[in-house]
Design a binder for this molecule. Structure first.
Ligand code: DC
Length: 226
């Protein structure tokens, strides 16, 4: 199976670019952030402090997460059988997801789910630790990034386009806090794998970012004769 791992901070364009890449290559796109968001959503709905490792760990045996893909390759995520694909995208769930993702038992809980999918099919999987922890043998690894301001601007525009009322300064502050959380945590922090290609999309449109990523992936595949 061919595994393409795309890691990087929030708002770097990973999901849009990965989804398009998967569709063009005929691979399955896996958005692993959605899994952490589903665990975060469970904590949010049940009034559990998402920073309390013990309390969150105690919920894991009550949580069943699964996902499907529709005919357009769009991933839907289910929490105990309920389709939560829209709910997990609420802005306030982002911080819950970031908090629970720092808890080692949560990461262990989601690890097999991610690996088992990549064993069975060709995937483009995006996340934070795909190239370093989940799929260390992925044939192609990319680390996609951009400045914090650029990523906050994109996230702000995305939220506004979905009709959510948000303030840019707040989105930027949240982005900084999440960057800090995701890269400083002890368990599988966000970091570029040694064998990952770095793609910086600062100042790029999504189209330009996509073309850069695609070129980097094709180059890597050629080098590896895939
Ligand atoms: O990509 P996203 O914003 O939907 O991810 C939500 C949170 O989940 C993010 O703050 C970091 C975490 N995450 C992670 O720790 N590891 C992954 N592979 C994917 C996401």
């Amino acid at each position: 199976m061919i595994n393409i791992a795309i890691d990087g901070p929030s708002g770097a364009g990973k999901s849009t670019i990965s989804r398009r890449l998967a569709s063009e290559f005929g691979y399955v796109y896996i958005d692993t952030g959605a899994l952490y968001r589903a665990v975060g959503l469970y904590a949010f709905r049940n009034g559990i402090d998402s920073k309390n490792a013990e309390a969150v760990a105690g919920t894991l045996d009550k949580i069943e997460i699964s996902f499907t893909h529709d005919e357009n390759g769009v991933q839907r995520v289910y929490l105990n059988g309920e389709d939560v694909s829209a709910d997990i995208r609420q802005h306030e769930i982002s911080m819950y997801a970031s908090n629970v993702s720092a808890i080692p038992s949560v990461r262990a809980f989601l690890l097999e789910l991610q690996r088992s999918i990549a064993e069975k099919q060709n995937v483009v999987m995006d996340g934070r630790d795909i190239g370093t922890v989940i799929l260390p043998n992925a044939q192609v690894k990319l680390f996609l990034t951009a400045t914090c301001e650029d990523r906050a601007r994109r996230r702000y525009e995305e939220l506004v386009s979905r009709g959510q009322e948000v303030d840019y300064e707040k989105v930027l502050a949240d982005m900084r806090e999440r960057d800090e959380n995701d890269s400083k945590r002890a368990a599988a922090p966000l970091k570029q794998a040694d064998d990952a290609v770095l793609v910086d999309t600062t100042g790029c449109t999504l189209e330009e970012g996509y073309l850069c990523v695609k070129a980097a992936v094709e180059q890597r595949m050629k080098e590896k004769a895939l």
